[in-house]
Design a protein around this ligand. Sequence first.
Ligand code: IMP
Length: 217
Amino acid sequence: MRRLHGKLVIATHNAGKLREMRELLTPYGIEAVSSGDLGLDEPEETGADFVANALIKARAAAMASGLPALADDSGVCVDALDGAPGIYSARWAGEAKDFYAAMARMESEVEKSGSPSRRAHFVSALALVWPDGEEFSVEGKVFGDLTFPPRGTAGFGYDPCFTPDGHDRTFGEMSAEEKHGIPADGAQALSHRARAFQLLAKNLLEGDSSPVANSGR
Ligand code: IMP
């Protein structure tokens, strides 16, 4: 597998995602610019799953910039709702980005489903595309239980209604370091996004070429 070094584009117009990705990449000597900084358009996310959407965004940014491009796509999948909202997680919050309304909808749809299951998982897909067309993608997941009413004010999105397995606090009650931190001893991180980044780093940044998840052209 090819190594990543030098400069890359992060295919996002979201300042929070850019900052988080930059912080993760800086220790590896990677200089990250954003597709927003370069004035690149955001393509429509028409993929059927998280990896497909991350690849759409990374391909568009790599072709337009001539640089390797990294993109992510993420969301929460609820077992009782057959995986919804999934790739529509952001859209459930509407134009107003009201995640309390989205969590209320989730609670009521789970109730209506009649399923006793309160299981859910977050997924984060990361895709890296080089301008010559080589592609690499990984998925990180974290499993847990839905918690209603939501608890905690930390984090964002659906964090207050998700308690990861092995914990009794929701993501909304955890510090950023506890949720997203990458353990220095090589242990598995907690969040789906941090887990996806660990897989990306292992494959593209650290010289360990063991194959993980999807890779290829
Ligand atoms: P996108 O990846 O920007 O398309 O949006 C993913 C959506 O999934 C976000 O707007 C959140 O609603 C939700 N989501 C993804 N990751 C997390 C997380 O770590 N905590 C809470 N919500 C998340």
